[in-house]
Design a binder for this molecule. Sequence first.
Ligand code: SRM
Ligand code: SF4
Length: 551
Amino acid sequence: MAQNESPVEKIKKASQGLRGTLKESLLDEHTGAIREDDQTLVKFHGMYMQDDRDRREERAAKKLERLYSYMIRLRLPGGLLTAQNWEALHHIAGEHSTGVIKITTRQTVQLHGVLKNHVKPMIAGFNKEHLDSIAACGDVNRNVTCSAHPKFSPIHEEVFRYADKISTALLPKTKAWYEIWLDDEKLVETTEEDPLYQDRYLPRKFKIAIAIPPYNDVDLYTNDIGLTAIIENHKLTGFNVAAGGGMGATHGNKETYPRLASVFGYVDKDDLLKVVYEIATTQRDFGNRSDRKLSRLKYTIDRMGIDVFKAEVEKRSTIKFAPAKKVLFTHRHDEYGWHQNHEGLWYYTAFVESGRVLDEGDLKMKQAFLEIAEARKAQFRFTANQNLIVSDIKAADKAFVEEILERYGVVASTNAASPIRRNSLACVAFNTCPLALAEAQRYLPSLITKIETALAKHKLQNEGIGIRMTGCPNGCARPYISEIGFVGTAYGRYNMHLGADVIGERLNKIYKENLDETEILNELDQLFAKFAAGRQKNESFGDFVVREGVV
Ligand code: SRM
Ligand code: SF4
């Protein structure tokens, strides 16, 4: 395969532990961009070079280069920030980015619009808080997600620590991040030994999620490795391991497809890290390195066959998978509002539309969270549904936190969101995502307002049908496991997918292609009419369209 390796493979190998010429690129004051190869390498440091797509024409007319800036994504296994971390993040966002704190579908945060000369000061700010962006992007293991519902699970903390352990075990060994962004002394001449990633890293991005039944809020089967915590007699014994999930596809390329992870079996908790590690090494050694469109683990597993892949992992780890334990998932969406956990601590799950924390009109989320953080009265947990849990609040502090959430409109906005809006997800898309073909987070809220009207017409306004939208087929808001999924094809046009189940165990199917808004609303109006008339008791919309043969 070596002679067919994709250009990215060559860049990785020549990079001297992901260093490339990033230092030189940063010093070049003639451009807001960085060198081409460095644009690939910077991703491994948790950053993307982007440009403001809304301003391309205006800049071109003035013969100016594109308005380049950087997006940074933090590595936050399990998605937790302390009060002090949040306060720092608030100020860093204000000083160095657009100011919007964007909660992602992988339980972390991104800041957008960071100009080149702001990148290092921004990272220095994060580093003071012991926060980093190492391996938040790139061909490595990404942010490990973990169910964010402490209320029902006394073993949450123990499981949550596995997210951290896995993240640490799969971190690249290179110290380039510290050298480049924090001016640390160069520790080695060429590159550090890295038994896992070597000099070639993985063939492609790699994602791991941990679900704690009955919650599948992390959409575990959409990950390269999806782990289910097994709790027996109130104790964590081990994990069911599934592998080969992924959402990304390319319009018109039949070789690409979304896939749910295949369940390999159960492993004892003490064996987990070894098994996860060897799934990664097997993908490292057998994954496709010539065609990046076919290099995710899901394609490696389908090419090799599940049994052959699994046997290779067993051989490398010397651990045999036991039959998977029976698990039951009943929830995927976040539990909004107030909840108390087994220790008596309080949690408030706030609805954050498209994960965008900002101050707008009567809803001043940023201000509310800042004041709570300044008072050190809570921690901040992100959910994989782009929401925020103001968490770990002592009973004595609840009234204080509640007053702030109410004063700044957070409670009112969470309460006012309709069931369908609360269950919606949209990816970033325009204006920063270079791959967007259509709008998503800037458009879905207004489309939902119209869908709410259609639902009310058929007396379905209390149905929390899951709707997800992405600006392209890469699937960043996991639209292929949504009851209704919209996938951008061109500006203002979307493929409509229907028929996933409520819990994230069945993919949907394409229903109609290239619809504009009028066509979307017409289709939904007819489908909602049929659903209202013909549904069985407690039947979900996704199950209904499958039973009726709509898809
Ligand atoms: Fe994603 C690429 C945003 C979760 C599949 N994703 C991108 C980029 C970086 C575009 C790019 O390559 O230049 C987007 C940056 C937009 C921007 O301006 O911020 C982007 N992805 C996002 C986020 C921010 C969406 C959001 O609104 O929350 C999510 C960040 C997660 C995180 O914190 O790490 C995000 N991306 C996902 C998910 C969902 C998940 O992981 O649970 C998926 C589907 C699952 C999967 O990986 O299969 C996903 N993103 C992709 C893909 C398709 C990968 C593939 O296998 O084909 C790309 C494109 C690529 O890698 O070539 C992509
Ligand atoms: Fe960009 Fe496509 Fe991901 Fe949306 S789904 S953020 S448009 S890559």
